[in-house]
Design a protein around this ligand. Structure first.
Ligand code: AMP
Length: 356
């Protein structure tokens, strides 16, 4: 989707990925099929481009340093380094006064027991590295089970987070240019199924003051990190009406996919503009509301879903990513729609998806 937006603006696109025939590779001019830690190939790639960006944060930050010898990397490797480890990320946020749930670093069982005493149960234990979509996460409820819960870390560094009693989950996709200009999309409201994003709608059903606060927090985080490009802030709205930051993603975000059909500028075009030194585009919704429903691999169920049935609803747009294997839980595409209210939009994408 980034490559499509870059193409529309007249850019040529080189893709670097350990696999070939990737969704981005199908759109780009050329695909470098090499490992993310192959620094010589990274350098050869970077010599051929004017700017490097990424859409996936589990790229070694050493690789971004190697690329930066030949082309600017936006956002830079420092932002990637902080956001690819949950402990570094939460320590950065807390240290700069951004609200997060209380947390502790966990390596040993006594550390886990001490955290449970100090922060209480329930809690969530997560691996510090390489976690997304609920991978590497355990909910802790029973003090007698702590030893077994600790085993799940398998010796890796973990983070103990006090459980957040939340009313809803929201996200803000922010963009920032080299000159420090900032723009945010409307606040998105997200619901998950099996820890994976399921449905997003905009604008989020929260009071305007809370929406302003979510955008201000996002702007503060992008400024503090000196981001050039996009960064998404995932947040909880707690049952007592506060906002807590859950996670940062230094890139476009699944919740922002509705911007393609829903906003004046899509999040992908915004990333192209921000990393290529162009002014940012307008972010407002084209209609009062928009919604998106994800299409995961299980929908295939050994046969192609009935796309025509979903598209019989003429206001629904289908986006498929060109991924090979429709594995269970794999994000294969999404449906979006726009309309006069969030309820109407959510009902439309869900009924279209149900017809698949
Ligand atoms: P994450 O991978 O950190 O985005 O977590 C995936 C999902 O797990 C979140 O979207 C929440 O629904 C839930 N979750 C994560 N951390 C917490 C927490 N500290 N308290 C309550 N729920 C959480």
């Amino acid at each position: 989707m980034f490559a499509l937006a870059a193409r529309e603006l007249g850019y040529r696109i080189l893709i670097y990925s350990p696999e070939n025939d990737t969704p981005a590779g199908q759109i780009g001019d050329e695909e470098f099929c090499c490992a993310y830690d192959d620094l010589e190939q990274i350098r050869a790639f970077a010599r051929r481009v004017e700017v490097v960006t990424f859409e996936f944060e589990n790229v070694p930050s050493l690789s971004t340093t190697a690329a930066a010898e030949f082309a600017p990397v936006r956002p830079d490797g420092r932002v990637l380094h902080i956001t690819q480890n949950r402990l570094r990320e939460k320590t950065f946020l807390e240290g700069n006064g951004f609200p997060v749930t209380p947390f502790r670093r966990i390596v040993t069982l006594p550390e886990l027991e001490a955290a449970a005493r100090e922060l209480g149960l329930p809690a969530v234990l997560k691996t510090a590295d390489f976690g997304y979509d609920g991978k590497g996460q355990t909910k802790l409820t029973d003090p007698a089970q702590l030893a077994a819960d600790w085993q799940a870390l398998r010796g890796a560094e973990g983070i103990y987070e006090a459980f957040v009693s939340f009313e809803k989950e929201i996200s803000v996709v922010g963009a920032r240019t080299m000159r420090g200009e900032f723009a945010a999309f409307p606040v998105f409201e997200n619901s998950h199924a099996n820890h994976i994003l399921d449905v997003t709608f905009a604008p989020a059903a929260i009071p305007p003051a809370l929406a302003r606060q979510a955008v201000e927090l996002t702007e503060g985080i992008l400024r503090k990190l000196d981001v050039v490009g996009l960064l998404t802030v995932e947040m909880f709205v707690t049952t007592d009406g506060r906002i807590l930051v859950n996670e940062l993603a230094p890139r476009t975000h699944n919740s922002g996919h509705l911007t393609i059909d829903g906003c004046v500028t899509s999040q992908f075009e915004q990333q192209v503009r921000a990393v290529c030194g162009l002014p940012l585009g307008a972010t407002e919704l084209r209609q009062p509301a928009a919604a998106m429903a994800n299409l995961l691999g299980h929908l295939w169920n050994e046969r192609e879903p009935n796309w025509a049935a979903a598209l019989a609803e003429a206001r629904v747009k289908l986006h498929l990513y060109g991924k090979g294997q429709p594995r269970v839980g794999r994000k294969m595409g999404h449906l979006t729609t726009t309309g006069s209210s969030a309820e109407e939009c959510v009902a439309r994408v869900l009924s279209a998806r149900a017809r698949l």
